[in-house]
Ligand binder design. Structure first.
Ligand code: SF4
Ligand SMILES: [Zn+2]
Ligand SMILES: [Zn+2]
Length: 453
């Protein structure tokens, strides 16, 4: 199916019918939509949309139009936003000398500093370029060989530039203007770009394709652009859909739900290890027994399908490539503590870092204090606090209230052997401030509020 990599659904002309717009998109086979932010405010709006709609992903960035008030401090704001699990890139960023809403120097500084952020976070960039081709290409050439990945959206460069960018592994996309009758030049550029380097985008609410020109654009019109690409490249529309979806997966890490069970999966620069689907708890907010899908990865695993440590190790390869190897998934990893230890030993012997995301019931589950066994194997223990109140904890997790004390004890003991973080999901009934105070002052470990998992 189709992925719209560029739709500004936070624009006010979607306010009254956004739910309908999403439904239209899904009905047209557009199953994923990336909403690029253009300022701090719209980046936050894009994240809210990603929270609300499963099919929406977000990227955060300051558009060249919004860089008049650029200060380097904004990087910290953006950096915070990149931590949201549905933020899949930095953008849109770039240069726009056509409108010239912001001074050139500001635009260039903002562009470069946001590229640096993307490199630091190993996120792709989404680049906007209007009448600034020379400067954009020069800046991009400066990053040659430094691992920069990205998309040139609403491409208006030459065949030569497109060739250079494709050779460097960048992706290129054309919105509805490629369907305009007089856009023969644009179609020639499109023809020159291999399908392996193309993405689909609408640039909604702008650039409405024929025959809806003049109306507000929306993601449901994406197949019209895919059709034009199919025609120019002499492919079927299915082939265009398949190739561009695969490209979106390669660049942004988002993809269609897979039926194949996933043992390891990548988010950002971490590799997550799906150890088990089993758990001693039954949290009210957990989708463990439901679809158990994260970012399109199917984590639903029967006990009989649980792989041996050696299989995970094969999939990990070189652990030093990643920031962290994280034991996670929809299940409690300490249920397979021996496997976790074996994998961790391999990771630590090969220069990697390990983190275990746990409910903190590992010692009860294994009927012995397992915390000393973490020594030199587990770098970080991330424990779900869920609530400071044992009764509420028991109700949320559907466990015995005494498990709250067990979990706190586990956290305190773990401190001797690893860095400990306690976290809560941002549930409204939980008092975040109280939780933070409790964690840092009474348990004496780090606190984090997390969104999903
Ligand atoms: S502890 Fe984790 S895996 Fe287990 S039910 Fe709760 S959220 Fe799901
Ligand atoms: Zn743009
Ligand atoms: Zn845009």
């Amino acid at each position: 199916m189709f992925i719209d990599t560029h739709a500004h659904l936070f624009f006010s002309n979607f306010d009254s019918d956004l739910e309908q717009v999403i439904e239209n998109a899904l009905n047209a086979g557009v199953t994923k939509i990336i909403v690029p932010g253009t300022s701090i405010e719209t980046s936050n709006q894009s994240i809210s949309l990603a929270d609300k709609f499963e099919c929406i992903y977000s990227t955060v960035g300051i558009h060249p139009h919004d860089t008049a008030a650029w200060t380097p401090d904004l990087i910290y704001e953006l950096e915070k936003l990149t931590k949201h699990p549905k933020v899949v890139g930095v953008g849109e960023i770039g240069l726009d000398y056509y409108y010239d809403f912001s001074p050139k120097e500001k635009q260039i500084a903002a562009f470069k500093e946001q590229i640096a952020l993307a490199l630091e976070k190993d996120l792709p960039v989404i680049i906007h370029n209007r009448d600034a081709n020379e400067d954009v290409m020069e800046i991009i050439a400066d990053y040659d060989g430094r691992g920069l990945r990205g998309q040139f959206h609403c491409f208006a460069g030459s065949i030569k530039d497109a060739g250079y960018l494709a050779e460097k592994g960048y992706y290129i996309s054309f919105p509805g203007n490629v369907t305009f009758v007089k856009a023969e030049n644009l179609r020639n550029v499109l023809k020159s770009v291999n399908i392996k380097n193309l993405l689909l985008e609408t640039d909604s609410p702008f650039m409405t394709p024929v025959p809806h020109r003049g109306k507000r654009n929306e993601p449901a019109y994406l197949p019209l652009i895919a059709e034009k690409i199919a025609e120019v490249h002499n492919l079927s529309i299915e082939e265009v859909a398949k190739a561009t979806s695969e490209n979106s997966y390669n660049l942004f890490g988002i993809r269609e739900k897979s039926d194949n069970l996933t043992y390891t999966y990548r988010i950002g620069n971490n590799l997550y290890i799906n150890v088990t689907n089993r758990c001693n708890a039954d949290c009210v907010f957990c989708d463990r027994k439901g679809e158990a899908v994260i970012r399109g990865y199917n984590l639903k695993m029967k006990k009989s399908e649980e792989p041996e440590a050696s299989e995970y190790i094969k999939e990990i390869g070189d652990p030093s490539k990643y920031d962290e190897i994280v034991f996670c998934g929809y299940g409690e990893p300490t249920i397979r503590w021996e496997v976790v230890k074996k994998i961790s030993r391999f990771v630590k012997n090969n220069g990697g870092r390990t983190r275990i995301n746990t409910d903190g019931h590992g010692s009860v589950i294994n009927k012995r204090d397992i915390t000393p066994e973490m020594k030199e194997l587990i770098d970080t223990v991330s424990i779900s606090l869920n609530s400071t109140d044992p009764k509420q904890y028991a109700k949320l997790m559907r466990v015995d209230p005494k498990m709250h004390a067990e979990m706190i004890d586990f956290a305190k003991r773990s401190k001797k052997y690893a860095e400990v973080v306690m976290s809560i999901v941002g549930l409204s009934e939980v008092d975040t401030q109280k939780a933070k105070k409790f964690v840092t002052e009474e348990v004496g470990v780090n606190f984090r509020q997390r969104e999903y998992f």
